[in-house]
Design a protein around this ligand. Structure first.
Ligand code: TYD
Length: 145
């Protein structure tokens, strides 16, 4: 799958660097939720789910982490190790986070409040849903969402 990286505007001077993210301006959605993951171990694999409707933007604000992303057309990996860009993850994308550096802090901006019913936690179920003809009829309908 194609991975969408979003570069951020940075405000740097002799005092250091600053990045500001405004909903619907620097981030292509209104931000409803922010969470961050830290104190992870290198051997840990997190995520291992998809969301039916959630869109998120993930940023490694410190350290590094690798994302495996799969929209049903095959997996791709991207390593986030730079606080001046993020990766956009839309609905119906399977994600797994691995190879966390010891100091890693991943911040995630989301367009919806936390909703456990939006999760698909089983990869085979994800493939069934992402490949279902009904979903493609909706996705191809006009007007596009
Ligand atoms: P979990 O979904 O297992 O994290 P990951 O996808 O990174 O493996 O979330 C861990 C716990 O945190 C779980 O009990 C649900 C809770 N949680 C919230 O309460 N709100 C949130 O926005 C998120 C993402 C998780």
């Amino acid at each position: 799958m194609d991975i969408a990286r979003i570069p951020f505007q940075t405000h740097g001077d002799s005092r250091g660097m600053l990045v500001a993210l405004e909903g619907a301006r620097d981030v292509p959605f209104e931000i409803r939720r922010v969470y961050y993951i830290f104190a992870t171990q290198d051997a840990v694999r997190r995520g291992q789910h998809a969301h039916r409707s959630l869109t998120q933007l993930a940023v490694a604000v410190r350290g590094s982490v690798t994302f495996l992303l799969d929209d049903g057309t095959g997996p791709a990996e991207v390593t986030l190790d730079d606080p001046t860009s993020g990766v956009l993850i839309g609905p119906m994308v399977w994600r797994e986070l691995h190879h966390f550096s010891e100091d890693c802090v991943v911040m995630v901006l989301a367009d919806q409040w936390y909703d456990p019913t939006d999760y698909i936690g089983d990869y085979e179920q994800f493939l069934r849903e992402v490949q279902s003809p009904a979903r493609h009829e909706v996705a191809g309908a006009w007007p596009r969402r």
